[in-house]
Design a protein around this ligand. Structure first.
Ligand code: SF4
Length: 704
């Protein structure tokens, strides 16, 4: 680190990792990012976590793709046996012209021979809003269907489904910073000190000034547990039983907000009748939390003047993920904890731009701003804006459904931008076999990812600090990212590649600048009203909804009603659904997968950050000391994890925060890929896989 005189330039941008959306100052010297500091953005007020502060060096890694690549005619079979630093056995360099022609021709040929539905697309929550918008338009306009999705399907799709259903909007009702106005906050199925570290600093401050923090998770949390008034380490997958029991207490003890329920909700009486079957005394054995604690926590939340609920993928990544979220929404509605400062529902969004990519229409059921493809007026609006392109009225397929069709040979061509299904999909061997089946795969990325190893054409793209555009964080705040450095070699910005490829599949796109794309988005997206590029450049950030040209945006929404019929939110009763598979004699333990502080998702970026990978260079499986004793394995030894999908070897880590009988492992490491083990069964509403619960057998691994 040096002082500003050591650098040629300082450029303001946004951290590329998580949905907190910390603003950063990038220190540039000789055309490279040399240092990163937090600045006074609305979400971070100068703070950064280890990823934002030290993880930027991945953009200078020697494995960066600098030229387009085409699969060699004599390449061995498609698979993971490609060295990202020396891919020449499988790929050869090509000019942009040749690569774009081949990429576009391959997709167009499949469209001609098999129809547009034989091509599908995965876009990226790592790209800008403008790029996400272009990607969904590429598939919808070029191939005339809605089979386009992205990683929101693997993280908060069930939360969004429940929020859309019950409050009429898929985004948070209040920014996480509102916790400073709250008396009580529930954090459930989330581990913010690891996954949203700067947001976690606000949670700790809240507790330090006397706020009641209630942490509910099958894993105790190193970071938050000592700040919490209550730590409820409940049994995995029993969320609905526990949350319905809390609602039961609030109703039974008449702690609910009658005036709010009468004024702003519907469905209360049906909900009240439903939760009568969930007294805490009956649910205690099921969820592993004693009845008095359930009652105490319910009373704290209901009696508080202001309360918030934060949740993460521990809630959403279940086959009952939508029901879990319905329960949380009902709890907030019961207590009137929505629509005022210090109240709200906040699913902590994962990727830096997963909120923005979803808003921009990178979802198979909805166009930009969550406008349903089944609505004739919506289709007419986009037909008009997209110069006569008819919009398909059938909701498209989701990530896992697309991979199933690929596996069955019904989808024969794919365009994958910045996603890594060969690592991120559940039952990943199935996904890898599917990718190998494709007639034509175009991958656009910054590294030769595991997915790119299956590609026919690889298009070298840009990291966030190499591009210009807008991104939207978990708080609904739209922020501008500014190009600080040039992409390496011949790599290009993603929107430019999209435009060039679109022309190859017959689209007459003529965008010359991301601002033009943003202006087109504003034609159909009410959420962008009063948000202009100029404002973003001068003010740095504007939150939607924004009520006027001088309004910085609304941190809290729905104070005067909901965007649903009659302005009312809805109680939706949630039934208990067991996990898709339960422990048995062959697979007696429970595996939970997730992220860790130093690594990000499939590891393509953070595994190439020297600082971060030095701190955590190897995958570990966290096990309780009693489990290790039973296995006869010491911490640092190796264990073999086997599920009905596959088997891996991994180093054991002693962790008292993990309950006996459960195991936790991150999914960022290709050497011990967690998703070889995970269950692809889907939540029927959000279509999200059950990453958080697999029946597993764990044994000492004595092989070398
Ligand atoms: Fe980046 Fe998230 Fe860390 Fe902020 S909290 S620095 S956005 S990874």
């Amino acid at each position: 680190e040096g002082d500003s005189a050591d650098f040629d330039e300082e450029v303001t941008s946004v951290c590329p990792f998580c949905g907190v959306g910390c603003q950063v100052s990038l220190k540039i010297k000789d055309g490279k990012v040399r240092d990163v500091e937090g600045i006074d953005g609305p979400a971070n007020e100068g703070r950064l976590c280890v990823k934002g502060r030290f993880g930027f060096d991945y953009i200078q890694h020697p494995h960066r793709l600098t030229k387009p690549l085409i699969r060699r005619e004599d390449a061995p079979d498609k698979g993971l046996n490609v060295d990202p630093g020396n891919p020449w056995t499988h790929f050869r360099e090509a000019t942009w012209e040749e690569a774009l022609d081949k990429a576009g021709q391959g997709l167009a040929d499949i469209r001609s021979y098999f129809g547009g539905r034989a091509v599908a697309g995965f876009g990226s929550a790592k790209c800008t809003n403008e790029e996400a918008y272009l990607f969904q338009k590429f598939i919808r306009q070029g191939f005339k269907h809605n089979n386009v999705d992205h990683c929101t399907r693997l993280c908060h799709a069930s939360s969004v489904a429940a929020l859309m259903e019950n409050v009429g909007s898929g985004a948070v009702t209040a920014s996480f910073n509102e916790i400073e106005n709250a008396e009580v906050a529930i954090v459930i199925g989330a581990n913010p000190t690891e996954n949203h570290p700067v947001a976690a600093t606000y949670f700790k401050q809240f507790a330090k000034r006397g706020g009641k923090l209630i942490v509910i998770d099958p894993r105790l949390q190193n970071g938050l547990k000592r700040h919490a008034a209550f730590n409820l380490q409940f049994r995995p997958s029993t969320d609905v039983a526990l949350l319905n029991a809390m609602a039961h207490v609030i109703v039974e003890e008449k702690l609910y907000d009658r005036q709010y329920i009468e004024g702003f909700t519907e469905g209360f009486f049906e909900f009240r009748d439903h939760i009568r079957a969930f007294p805490p005394e009956k649910m205690a054995d099921i969820c592993g939390i004693d009845a008095e604690t359930i009652r105490a926590v319910a009373r704290e939340f209901a009696r508080a003047r202001t309360g918030m609920i934060f949740w993460g993928m521990g809630v959403s990544q279940h086959i009952h993920g939508t029901d879990n979220s319905r329960c949380l929404i009902s709890l907030a509605l019961l207590c009137g904890h929505v629509g005022r400062p210090g109240t709200g529902l906040h699913p902590l969004r994962g990727q830096n731009n997963v909120q923005g990519a979803s808003d921009s229409g990178l979802i198979p059921q909805v166009m930009p701003d969550y406008q349903s493809v089944t609505d004739k007026d919506v289709r007419e609006l986009f037909r008009h804006i997209w110069r006569g392109t008819p919009i398909d009225e059938t909701p498209g397929l989701t990530v896992v459904e697309i991979m199933d069709r690929v596996y069955r040979g019904e989808i024969r061509g794919m365009y994958v931008l910045g996603e890594n299904p060969a690592m991120s999909d559940p039952d990943v061997e199935h996904a890898r076999r599917a990718l190998a089946n494709l007639d034509h795969l175009v991958v656009q990325d910054i590294f030769l990812t595991e997915t790119a190893m299956f590609a026919d054409v690889i298009l070298p793209a840009s990291a966030l600090y190499e591009k210009t555009g807008t991104v939207t964080n978990t708080n609904r705040t739209v922020q501008v990212v500014r190009q600080a450095v040039q992409p390496p070699g011949e790599a290009r910005q993603d929107w430019e590649i999209l435009v060039q490829l679109a022309r190859r599949v017959g689209l007459d796109w003529d965008y010359d600048d991301p601002r033009e794309i943003f202006d087109e988005m504003k034609m159909s997206m009410r959420s962008l009203h009063h948000i202009t590029w100029k404002r973003l450049e001068t003010e740095g950030a504007v939150t939607y909804p924004c009520l006027g040209p001088d309004d910085p945006g609304q941190s809290v929404v729905f104070g005067d009603g909901f965007p649903r019929r009659a302005g009312r939110a809805q109680f939706t009763p949630a039934r208990v659904t067991p996990p898709a598979e339960s422990p048995d004699t062959d697979y007696p333990m429970i595996l939970i997968t997730g992220r860790q502080l130093e690594h990000w998702h499939t590891g393509s970026m953070t595994r190439r950050s020297l600082t971060l990978d030095t701190v955590e260079p190897e995958a570990t499986c966290s096990l309780h000391p009693s489990t290790l004793r039973k296995l006869g394995v010491a911490a640092g030894g190796y264990v073999r994890l086997t599920t009905r999908r596959g088997s891996i070897s991994i180093m054991a880590r002693e962790d008292r925060n993990v309950a006996p009988g459960t195991a936790f492992m991150p999914f960022a490491f290709v050497e011990s890929a967690a998703n070889v083990l995970t269950n692809p069964q889907l939540d029927p509403f959000g279509k999200i896989p059950e990453f958080k619960y697999s029946a597993v057998r764990i044994e000492a691994d004595t092989e070398d």
